[in-house]
Design a protein around this ligand. Structure first.
Ligand code: ZN
Length: 500
């Protein structure tokens, strides 16, 4: 885990400063590499003594008191020592880092693009929570305290014991949990050796044994979407069945983060990928408290905040007037960021509400894509958004909108609609939930493939299934079957809390 974290940090440093591969390694000559630890230690300590001496002389001249204690490095081997120096470079004060970046930009490293302005979120600046002492499992309900967005929706139900209870209480079955397990196994078997996933799942160990490859090219969207079902099942950290799978996927996402003036760009195509990958990073950070994930998650969220259109929405590209479906992924990323204790300006949420106002009909009971309308998917996304933004369960507009979804019933093929509508009905806990859940849950269990390499996967012939392929469909179906514990209930969570 330490080595992996160091690798991520090295990749991060390269990404932050746009350095070509290998620049962050200290370039030692073969003779020096062969030298004894004593020689290296002697060089280091001589340099430190010279620096200390100069500091003392300077302080004598300035009349200052006290000496800054430098890190003691004797017991650290050459490679980690180099890495620690690199990390300390990141931890410089804002002005110093900005100056260093400008100097490096003027130097124009060979084959390196211009270096953009560094993000202030790489630094532990004011307004950001103090880093945890080290990686740790989250504690139930601690995360909710970090959010000023009303309601629950947190990740506490993903622990083994909470998950088992919530499955039984909220409509899951042993068969649905078995289906989740088979789905995760299929996803893990279709991860590429670099930790990524592709919507064209044949580009993995599968080699074409499974049918129905997708056509969308974004590797960040595919990798983020494939990671979410693992995180939904609490699969992160040491001792988990898919620890290596999840670590490799997160490492891949971090390595694809591009630092831009807007923040950390994970689009590889559109803002869909940005939102999906950002959710994965924020959930992983919230659950693991692994500090190597904090900066990438914050940068990805910064990008989303700055890409928001002035009217409150998001569309395919930053700054475009929004549509409801793209907004859905961004809002879930922002909510996950708040749960993780990351920095999200409150006015971003305010503008999300204003966008939803602009596409609603029937006073907010139903929604359209880009204009006021009454359409199934936008209504499911819009109502879930309203729930996360704080509409109380007693709101009559919510009741009418949920009634509309309930009358539509779960789709036989459209898992995009089912994914959002199922969350709405699950959180609402209305009279229609039991019938909706039983119908969709049992259909998913019945339609999961048991055929050869496709065993554990799903595919339905519809618009999204065609572009996202078997990978998209499987990830969505697993998350639908994780609905009982993937997010804590937004209403009535006190009763659940007492029971956990
Ligand atoms: Zn396959």
């Amino acid at each position: 885990m330490l080595v992996r974290r160091i690798r991520i940090r090295r990749r991060l440093l390269r990404a932050v400063l746009w350095l070509p591969r290998g620049v962050t390694r200290l370039r030692l000559s073969p003779r020096l590499r062969a030298a004894s630890g004593f020689a290296i230690s002697l060089l280091v300590h001589t340099a430190l003594l010279v620096v200390l001496g100069l500091l003392l002389v300077w302080q004598e001249m300035q009349g200052a008191h006290g000496i800054t204690v430098l890190p003691f490095v004797e017991d650290i081997g050459p490679e980690p020592f180099v890495e620690e120096l690199c990390i300390q470079t990141i931890a410089l004060p804002t002005d110093a880092l900005g100056a260093a970046a400008r100097d490096a930009a003027e130097t124009q490293l060979p084959n390196a693009p211009n270096i953009p302005a560094p993000s202030p979120h790489l630094l532990a600046g004011p307004g950001l929570p103090e880093p945890a002492a080290g990686p740790q499992r989250f504690t139930a309900y601690d995360l909710l305290a970090a959010s000023d967005v009303p309601g629950g929706g947190g990740f506490e139900g993903r622990t083994t014991s909470a998950r088992a209870r919530l499955v039984g209480q909220r409509g899951g079955t042993p068969a649905s949990e078995d289906a989740v397990a088979r789905g995760l196994a299929w996803l893990a078997a279709h991860q590429r050796s670099d930790g990524s996933w592709r919507f064209d799942h044949r580009d993995s160990a599968c080699g074409g044994l499974c049918r129905d490859p997708g056509t969308v090219g974004s590797t960040t969207a595919a990798t983020g979407l494939a990671l979410l079902p693992f995180l939904g099942a609490g699969e992160i950290g040491e001792g988990c069945q898919y620890q290596r799978v999840v670590d490799d996927g997160l490492y891949y996402l971090c390595s694809r983060l591009l630092i831009t003036p807007l923040g950390g760009d994970l689009q590889e195509g559109t803002m869909y990928a940005q939102g999906i990958a950002a959710i994965a990073l924020c959930e992983a950070y919230a659950m693991s408290r692994d500090e190597s994930l904090r900066a990438p998650a914050q940068l990805a969220i910064d990008f989303i905040c700055r890409a928001q259109h002035e009217a409150g929405g998001w569309r395919y590209f930053p700054g475009q007037p929004g549509d409801t479906t793209v907004l859905g992924w961004q809002l879930m990323a922002l909510k996950s960021a708040r749960l993780a204790g990351l920095d999200v300006p409150s006015d971003v949420f305010t503008r999300v509400g204003q966008f939803l106002d602009s596409v609603q009909r029937e006073e907010g009971a139903v929604y359209g894509y880009q204009k006021p309308d009454k359409a199934p998917v936008p209504t499911a996304v819009g109502l879930l958004g309203r729930m996360y933004l704080g509409w109380p369960r007693e709101d009559s507009r919510l009741a009418r909108g949920v009634g509309y979804l309930d009358r539509l019933g779960p789709s036989r093929t459209d898992m995009y609609f089912n994914y959002y509508a199922t969350q709405v009905l699950h959180h609402y806990e209305g009279s229609g939930w039991d019938a909706w859940n039983a119908a969709l849950r049992d259909r998913l269990i019945a339609t999961q493939s048991r055929r050869g390499h496709e065993h554990g996967s799903w595919h339905f012939h519809d618009e999204h299934g065609k572009s996202g392929g078997r990978l998209y469909t499987t990830a969505m179906c697993v998350m639908i079957l994780e609905v009982y514990y993937r997010h804590m209930p937004l209403y009535g969570r006190r009763a659940v809390q007492e029971d956990l």
